[in-house]
Design a protein around this ligand. Structure first.
Ligand SMILES: O=C(O)CCC(=O)C(=O)O
Ligand SMILES: [Fe+2]
Length: 277
């Protein structure tokens, strides 16, 4: 089988339906070439300067990684806060939270010679498994061509329905997600996936962003990783997803300079039931 591929102007409902069924889906040409080229240009120096600092058995030793891309590339705002992408995230993450947050924002350039990354679920950063409740979702944007040869992301379709602690075995089908630059692969936090081996002679670069339920701790501490002055220049929806927001009107508050806390709006909080309306 292959993952469903939908055109960038496909109805949001059909993208959601494909992800619900397979745990992942590709949306082609979802962001412009101009944005992709700009993000890639902004990342060249960070890739080359700090890209090897995250090398380990999981991330690989022939792969460059850059974290907190939002802080390094203004153009990445268009990707991280892509409005139609967020309409898809809404369907998966707003059933169990009033809002969601950006977990991480990581560029990954897999170089020739890299091996297959171990198949894994991104949501294992959270030590709970609640069937039917997605804790987070990932969106991998192709910044270069993703091909079967150069390490396009691998996904185990249907694995989002597996009961913990089932792991992929030799009989489970693994499919790849070839994409052109500007296309996006959505996958649920519960879907097994991993980077691919690069057997080509050119690198494969992608930007993968994760989004978690608003009452969970974010993978990256964006409040510390980006200077406040930079954050203040971000569009409001990005600031909120970085963590400059309260969940349910009460989670994440802090005293302001005069020692007061904002009046807490319990409406919409856990006790109230945020699906009531
Ligand atoms: O690079 C990829 O295609 C996937 C990377 C990934 O899944 C991860 O590092 O968690
Ligand atoms: Fe992953």
């Amino acid at each position: 089988m292959a993952l469903e591929r939908l055109p960038g102007d496909a109805p949001t409902d059909s993208i959601i339906a494909a992800i619900r069924r397979d745990g992942a889906a590709i949306v082609e040409n979802f962001v412009s070439q101009e944005i992709v080229s700009q993000v890639l240009a902004d990342l060249r120096e960070p890739f080359d300067v700090v890209g090897r600092s995250t090398e380990n058995d999981f991330n690989g030793y022939t792969t460059l990684r850059v974290n907190s891309v939002l802080d390094l590339s203004d153009a990445s705002v268009e990707v991280v806060g892509h409005q139609r992408m967020m309409a898809v995230l809404d369907a998966f993450l707003l059933g169990h939270a009033q809002s969601y947050l950006m977990g991480s924002c990581t560029a990954i350039e897999i170089h020739p010679g890299e091996q297959d990354q171990a198949l894994h679920r991104d949501d294992t950063i959270y030590p709970v498994h609640l069937p039917g409740m997605e804790l987070q979702m990932s969106v991998m944007w192709a910044l270069t061509d993703f091909t079967e040869e150069n390490g396009a992301t691998r996904v185990v379709p249907g694995s989002h329905r597996w009961v913990f602690p089932r792991e992929p075995g030799p009989d489970d089908e693994v499919v790849q997600a070839p994409m052109t630059p500007g296309s996006a692969l959505f996958y649920l936090g519960s879907a097994f996936h991993g980077g691919g081996a690069n057997n080509a002679n050119t690198p494969r670069a992608g930007l993968v962003n994760t989004y978690c339920l608003g009452w969970l701790r974010q993978e990256v501490n964006h409040i510390l990783s980006m200077p406040r002055e930079t954050a203040a220049r971000m569009p409001e929806h990005i600031q909120k997803m970085m963590g400059y927001s309260l969940h349910g009107g009460m989670l994440g508050y802090y005293p302001t300079d005069d020692g007061r806390v904002p009046s807490r709006d319990m409406k919409g909080g856990a006790m109230w039931g945020w699906q009531a309306d």
